[in-house]
Design a protein around this ligand. Structure first.
Ligand SMILES: CC(=O)N[C@H]1[C@@H](OP(=O)(O)OP(=O)(O)OC[C@H]2O[C@@H](n3ccc(=O)[nH]c3=O)[C@H](O)[C@@H]2O)O[C@H](CO)[C@@H](O)[C@@H]1O[C@H](C)C(=O)N[C@@H](C)C(=O)N[C@H](CCC(=O)O)C(=O)O
Ligand SMILES: Nc1ncnc2c1ncn2[C@@H]1O[C@H](COP(=O)(O)OP(=O)(O)OP(=O)(O)O)[C@@H](O)[C@H]1O
Ligand SMILES: N[C@H](CCC[C@H](N)C(=O)O)C(=O)O
Ligand SMILES: [Mg+2]
Length: 483
């Protein structure tokens, strides 16, 4: 592809060299650069990609895209100075892969919690409606039923557009993707053409990265600010920032709510462990999901399905057949009638919601034992809050490890326990080994009790000092229950 075609829509300051040159590939990682390719130098979080320009040239790159001043330029190399390399990487990736998002109806889901659930259920909904569809999510990526390993919630722009192009090749009509705040901030989604955007909610998370809640909110809001007027923007007005998110969007605004009047409105009729009876826009149905938070997710799915022009009765019928996503409120029952629930709650709000959902169904009949940890090298301020919420809403809590990464597991657990006073500490056990923590919870549980194992959900590893050791909460529970 010619360089000038790759630079369409890019804010270029200066090109030194032939803009008609043929480009053989595009890379943001110097280590992957190939002969005749373009290397885009990104200012990263850890290091500055501008330092690796010579490494890319050594591997044969012929074009350098940069935003910082470059002291030495080499003969025969084309230098393109842009205002923003990250934005450029997104746009160049869309051109390189033939603008795949414009050939699909692409819907992005953002918010602290519920992205994976909402995006996955939308993907399933549209496949059940008879369409070919794709999904980009934390758990896995899918192209019309075929699974691909996912490394990020939202991939880097090159991998992202490559996946979307594969969806186009496979004949997909729709694509649903999670849009993480990191991805918005790092412009991984630049150049994508969205048909619609969904906002689920915003509560504390990722303060390690964004610094403050205001910055976190700003990052999420930028997604809606950049939607075109042809798109729809669907927001949860029960979230206190639901309307703020759409303040400056050009997209068509739509709302969903459980508490107030909205375009898409749900009412909860009855709750039990296997599902919930609800009403959506006046029509009653039975869904196989537990917890009010899941009613929000289902409402977002229904609303989006309507905004994409599908039939209401058919959508509601399919909604009642959808099943929980892997590691989200996954229940495993023992022969002694103990219920273990494996859930991906790894934020204070998610943990509170899941525990409240358990209590609503238990209705005082049975105790709640919670096993929970917090990830290493992530937002430290959520640790004491999560410990307090666990203690407030459980009869017994076991604080344990969840991907300690480069931190000492015991130090993370201590940060959690620091949130508890002497009285609260009486309810807590501190057990570093996650398997031992789960075993202890199972030993303590009696008939009718519920064990919540929170934080890891679908994950099948424990990340310790850069090594992912096999570990799966569900597998551990099944072994203990003797299945
Ligand atoms: C903090 C963060 O988001 N980091 C992401 C970021 O890396 P970075 O900015 O640290 O990159 P860097 O190491 O500083 O390098 C800067 C540039 O130099 C380049 N480089 C570097 C070394 C070299 O030898 N040559 C070279 O060219 C790199 O390729 C890069 O382009 O850009 C990389 C490429 O896109 C990502 O893989 C990386 O994700 C890291 C692994 C990560 O853990 N990210 C998490 C926090 C994340 O993104 N999470 C969200 C989900 C959160 C949620 O919703 O819960 C996600 O979307 O997955
Ligand atoms: N709408 C919601 N509101 C609040 N909590 C939710 C909601 N949906 C799910 N949760 C809780 O959050 C956890 C994570 O859900 P899900 O994986 O769908 O969210 P996510 O936004 O994709 O998370 P991540 O940012 O880690 O990818 C669930 O296991 C559940 O505990
Ligand atoms: N996307 C989130 C997932 C957290 C899951 C939890 N198990 C942890 O490792 O902290 C993150 O990377 O912060
Ligand atoms: Mg997710």
């Amino acid at each position: 592809m010619r360089l000038q075609d790759l630079l369409r829509g890019v804010d270029v300051i200066e090109i030194k060299g032939d803009e008609n040159a043929e480009v053989t590939g595009i890379f943001t990682d110097s280590r992957k650069a190939t002969a005749g390719s373009a290397f885009i130098a990104l200012k990263g979080v850890q290091v500055d990609g501008h330092q690796y320009i010579n490494n890319a040239l050594d591997l044969g790159a012929k074009i350098v895209v940069h935003q910082e001043k470059i002291d030495t330029s080499k003969d025969g190399i084309i230098y393109v100075k842009v205002t923003d390399s990250a934005d450029t990487a997104g746009k160049m990736a869309t051109h390189w892969y033939g603008d795949p998002s414009a050939k699909l109806k692409l819907v992005g889901v953002t918010g602290t919690n519920g992205k994976t659930t909402t995006a996955t259920l939308l993907y399933e909904m549209f496949r059940k409606l008879g369409y070919k569809a794709g999904l980009l999510s934390t758990v896995a990526n899918y192209i019309d039923g075929k699974a691909y390993h996912a490394t990020h919630t939202t991939p880097d722009p090159i991998s992202l557009n490559e996946m979307l192009a594969k969806m186009v090749d496979a004949g997909c009509d729709y694509a649903f993707m999670e849009v993480s705040s990191h991805a918005i901030h790092q412009k991984r989604i630049s150049g994508l053409k969205f048909e619609g955007g969904i906002f689920t909610n915003i509560t504390q998370d990722h303060l390690d990265y964004h610094g403050t809640m205001a910055e976190y909110l700003k990052a999420k809001k930028a997604f809606f600010d950049n939607l075109p007027e042809t798109a729809f923007a669907l927001t949860n007005t029960d979230d206190k920032n639901g309307e703020v998110m759409l303040q400056n969007t050009k997209a068509n605004k739509h709302t969903y709510s459980v508490r107030a009047l909205a375009d898409f409105k749900a009412k909860i009729i009855e709750k039990h462990f296997d599902g919930t009876a609800i009403e959506i826009n006046g029509k009653e149905l039975q869904v196989q999901f537990v917890g009010v938070f899941n009613v929000y997710n289902l409402l977002a799915v229904y609303g989006t399905t309507m905004l994409l022009g599908q039939d209401s009765d058919q959508a509601l019928l399919i909604l009642s057949t959808l099943k929980p996503v892997a590691g989200r409120f996954e229940t495993i029952r023992s022969s002694e009638n103990v219920t273990a629930i494996v859930d991906y709650a790894h934020t204070p709000d998610a943990l509170t919601n899941v525990l409240e959902a358990i209590h609503e169904v238990l209705d005082g009949n049975g105790r709640v034992i919670t096993v929970v940890g917090c990830g290493g090298n992530r937002d430290k301020t959520k640790r004491p809050i999560m410990a307090r919420e666990a203690v407030r809403l459980s009869d017994q809590v076991i604080l344990t490890s969840d991907n300690p990464r480069w931190e000492e597991p015991q130090a993370i657990i201590n940060d959690m326990a620091d949130g508890l006073n002497a009285q609260q500490l009486k309810k807590a056990l501190l057990i570093v080994e996650r398997e031992q923590a789960i075993k202890t919870a199972c030993t303590l549980a009696r008939e009718g009790d519920v064990i919540l194992i929170a934080g890891k959900g679908h994950e099948d590893y424990q990340d310790v000092k850069g090594v992912k050791h096999h570990f799966d909460d569900r597998e551990v529970v099944r072994n203990i229950f003797g299945e």
